[in-house]
Structure formats: structure tokens, C-alpha cells
Design a protein around this ligand. Structure first.
Ligand code: LHQ
Length: 289
């Protein structure tokens, strides 16, 4: 099962025979495959290195709305088509010579809700950085829960080259993931990081050989699609919330979340499968109220 929507065949949005529930989605700037709760969203403006224009923002928004209302959703993968992952905002979409621009509108309408929604999704969000990531493309990858990059991918903050401040959560995620010295060097000097540096610095989970990228992502997505989703979502929420908590608060949160997780059928299934020495079959469901 591949991760990039195919272009051959009669329908570019449908993949191989194994993709039983895959549905064609008539998007212009993204590709979407859905298979048994696994959403695979491919940014698809390869000629612009998948930079975001308004249409792409609209379409990604639509996918998030769909996932938020899909109780069967188990995992979301975001990746890019072609040689780039995402070069940030499309710099061709504004006339910078037409008078003063209010650049707060992009964050307000697009980036801030996007990042807030991704970190709040009650499923793991995997990012597959298939090639160069720049500007908010880096910060999008930094906001995802598990980010894997090809070893040939490069990361560039890019904002400093055009006199802007990192947005899409960059000023929050970068110092936390990289530490302040690296976050500042990366941002102010606009140094490009290799995928291996990004892994060493803690910006991403893993840099993999290009030939192993699709297989690695498939394995992660398939594994997460069969995982105890409610427990994973609780862990995601607790770890993300810890940044704004004292140890005391984190301990209390863990206690409260463990109570909920302990009421899930997946907890019972996990323990029973362990005792019976078999593979667990998780529903991913939240405990019934
Ligand atoms: C692009 C872009 C792009 C359009 C490559 N747009 N076409 C921004 C503004 C307003 C409000 C709030 O927030 C933001 C958020 C941001 O993300 S700001 C940062 C925006 N991004 C950048 O500044 C990155 C600009 N791109 C680059 O620095 C390079 O293209 C990178 C380092 C990504 C890749 O370099 P190369 O591998 O050498 O590729 P390239 O430069 O030749 O680009 C390939 C094509 O993609 C090229 O088009 P062409 O027609 O000449 O083949 C580029 O114009 C196009 N492209 N990024 N952001």
C-alpha cells in the first residue's frame, strides 16, 4: 500500500485493490485517500513545491472538518507530492507592491486554526517530509505528532530571508523541540538543516533513506491505524499539555486520564491479549459514558 495517491488508472484518487474503503475526493490542491480510518493527505501543488494558496487552505480545512466528525478516524498522514514537502505560503499570491498589506490575516484565518486543530485532533498526526520544507512548511511538520523525513529532505525557516517572523507555531515549537540556541540559529541565519541534523536536533522523529521512506511511513500509519486510539490521543494530549503545566498538574492529569483509559475496551483487550499471548484487536473507541 503506497502513500502517494496514484496518477495512473482511471481515477487518480483511488489506489490499489487493498484500499477497500478509499474514496475519490475531487480536490484541486490536495489528494486524499481514506482507508479504514487512515487518512492520507498529500499536498499537491508540486510545481510550487506544495506551497499553500487559499484553495489549499480551504481544502485542508475541509479534510480536518471531516476527520473531526469521523468517529472511525484513527490516524492522519500529511505528506507532499513531487520533490518538495511544502515551501510555506505561496509567495505569488500577494502583490507586495500594491500598498501596505495586513499579514495578520493569514495567521488569523489559516495558520493558527490549522495548527490548533492538528494538535487537538484526537488521533495521531504523522508528517512525511518527502523533500524540502520551508517557512510554515517546517512549522507544519513541527506541529505534527510524528515526523519522518527522507534523508535528502532539507529544512529552511526562510522567514528571515523575507523579513518575517516564523508563524504557524514556529516560535513556540522550535525552541521547545530544538532548544533556544538552535532555534535562533536556524531562524536568524536561515541555515538549511539536513534531515539527519533535524533528527539529531529533535525537530523530527526519524530521517530515513529515500528508498525506505514510503515503506516506513506505511508501517507507521498502518500500526497507528490499528492502535488503541483513545489511549494514544490521551497520551498526545497529556504530553502537549505538559508544556503549560507544573509537575503536580501533570501528575493529576495523568491520574484523571488513566481513569478514562482504564474504562476503555482497548485497555481490557490489551491486557487480555497479553495474557493470552495473542495480537490485540483494538477498536480505538473512547469509553462509553
Ligand atoms: C514557490 C515557493 C513559494 C511560490 C518555491 N511560493 N512559489 C507568508 C506570507 C504571508 C503571511 C504569513 O505567513 C507566511 C508564511 C510563510 O511560510 S513565509 C515563507 C514562505 N516561503 C519561503 O519564503 C520559501 C521560498 N522558497 C524557497 O526559499 C526555495 O524555493 C526552497 C528553499 C523552498 C527550495 O529551493 P529550490 O530547491 O532551489 O527550488 P526553487 O527555488 O527553484 O523552487 C522551485 C519552484 O517552486 C520555483 O518555481 P519556478 O517556476 O521558478 O520553477 C519557485 O518559484 C517555486 N516556489 N517556493 N513559497
Amino acid at each position: 500500500m503506497g502513500i502517494v495517491a496514484r496518477t495512473e488508472g482511471t481515477d487518480p484518487y483511488l489506489s490499489d485493490a487493498g484500499m477497500k474503503e478509499a474514496r475519490a475526493m475531487p480536490f484541486e490542491t490536495i489528494l486524499l485517500e481514506v482507508n479504514e480510518g487512515a487518512y492520507r493527505l498529500t499536498l499537491n501543488r508540486p510545481e510550487k513545491l506544495n506551497s499553500f494558496n487559499e484553495k489549499m487552505h480551504d481544502e485542508v480545512r475541509e479534510v480536518l472538518t471531516r476527520i473531526e466528525s469521523d468517529t472511525a478516524a484513527r490516524v492522519l498522514l500529511i505528506t507532499g507530492a513531487g520533490r518538495g514537502f511544502c515551501a510555506g505560503q505561496d509567495l505569488g499570491d500577494r502583490d507586495v507592491n500594491a500598498g501596505p498589506l495586513d499579514l495578520s490575516q493569514g495567521p488569523e484565518k489559516n495558520y493558527n486554526p490549522l495548527i490548533r486543530r492538528l494538535v487537538a485532533l484526537p488521533i495521531p498526526v504523522v508528517c512525511g517530509v518527502n523533500g524540502v520544507a520551508a517557512g510554515m512548511g517546517v512549522n507544519l511538520a513541527a506541529a505534527c505528532d510524528i515526523t519522518v523525513a527522507t534523508k535528502s529532505a532539507k529544512f529552511a525557516q526562510a522567514f528571515s530571508a523575507i523579513g518575517l517572523v516564523p508563524d504557524a507555531g514556529g516560535t513556540w515549537h522550535l525552541p521547545r523541540l530544538l532548544g533556544q540556541a538552535r532555534a535562533l540559529g536556524f531562524t536568524l541565519l536561515n541555515e538549511r538543516l539536513s534531515a539527519q541534523q533535524a533528527e539529531e536536533f529533535g525537530l523530527i522523529w526519524q530521517a530515513v533513506d529515500d528508498e525506505e521512506f514510503a515503506e516506513t511511513l506505511d508501517a507507521i500509519v498502518n500500526r497507528l491505524a490499528q492502535a488503541p486510539t483513545f489511549g494514544l490521543a490521551s497520551a498526545k494530549r497529556a504530553i502537549r499539555a505538559s508544556w503549560a503545566s507544573t509537575l503536580d498538574e501533570a501528575l493529576d492529569r495523568e491520574r484523571d486520564m488513566q481513569k478514562q483509559c482504564g474504562l476503555s475496551e482497548d485497555y481490557r483487550e490489551g491486557v487480555n491479549a497479553f495474557k493470552e499471548k495473542r495480537k490485540p484487536v483494538f477498536s480505538g473507541r473512547a469509553p462509553q459514558a
